[in-house]
Structure formats: C-alpha cells, structure tokens
Design a protein around this ligand. Structure first.
Ligand code: IDP
Length: 140
C-alpha cells in the first residue's frame, strides 16, 4: 500500500472543548503522521470556498457559520492509504451512525458539529492541502 497524504480539520466544536490533543492522538494511533499543522480562524470567504461543493445543500449557510465560530486546526496527515485510513478513524458523518473506536463516536456533538473533516479522495486531498498550506510548511 502506498504512503499518501490527506487533509484534516479539527473543527470548532473540538477546539472549544480542548480536544485537539485527544483527536490528534486517535489519528496517530490509527497510523497517521502529522506532517503539517496550524491553528487558524477561518474567514467567512475561506469557509464558503472550502465547502463550495455543498453550496446547494440546505445546511450550507449553517455549516459555514459553524466553521467560523471558533478556531480550527488544519493538518496534513501522511500514512499508508491515508485518505481511507483517516475516513475509517473519523467514523460516519452522523455520530449516531459512527462505530465504536472512531473520533466522531467518541467526540462529535451532532451531524454538523462532528469534530473532524477529512478529504474523501486523493484528488480532493491535494486540492484541500494546497488551499491551506504552502509546500515548505509540510515536513514529512
Ligand atoms: P463528511 O464530513 O463525513 O465527508 P459531508 O457529507 O461531506 O460529510 O458533509 C460535510 C460536512 O457538512 C459534515 O462533516 C457536517 O459538518 C456537515 N453536514 C453534513 N450533513 C449535514 C446535515 O444534514 N446537517 C447539518 N450539517 C451537515
């Protein structure tokens, strides 16, 4: 299995509850290495652009408001089959459906405030990484 990279966000509900370390520990225990990380407060424009694919969904406005409601931690994660590995440890979008041992089962508050984002394909991972990081900020 190839070593690849994915993009992760520790969302405002998790930073608010001081869960950055706890979430990162679960990512690391799942075999992912944090090769870039920074705490930022997204602008409304950034959040709108980042979630552009959901622009037509009824929850888009609230999702943008939630993502700018507090700081987030954006990360680049590296590991074997990183996208899938991360999606597996994140758990289902709705915490009610998330399996034991997943981040969302452990920490998510709701289908919206679900603690983490993770890219859903290698192609999107590349785009999302480039959206937040310059190459020289990523140290593998
Ligand atoms: P994912 O984060 O598991 O990939 P997506 O369907 O891509 O899920 O949705 C992106 C984000 O939008 C979710 O993580 C969640 O924060 C929010 N979201 C998804 N579905 C709903 C919903 O039905 N109501 C409110 N927020 C939602």
């Amino acid at each position: 299995m190839a070593v690849t990279r994915t993009f992760s966000i520790i969302k405002p509900d998790a930073t608010r509850r001081n869960l950055t370390g706890a979430v990162t520990k679960m990512l690391e225990e799942a075999g992912l290495r944090v090769v870039a990380s920074k705490r930022i407060h997204m602008s409304e424009d950034q959040a709108k652009k980042f979630y552009e694919v959901h622009a037509e969904r009824p929850f888009y406005g609230e999702l943008v408001d939630f993502m700018i409601s507090g700081p987030v931690v954006v990360q680049v994660l590296e590991g074997e089959d990183a996208v899938k590995r991360n999606r597996d440890v994140m758990g289902a979008t709705n915490p009610a459906d998330a399996e034991d041992g997943t981040i969302r089962k452990a920490y998510a508050e709701s289908i919206e405030a679900n603690s983490v984002h993770g890219s859903d394909s290698d192609e999107n991972a590349k785009t999302e990484i480039a959206f937040f990081f310059n190459d020289d900020e990523i140290v593998g």
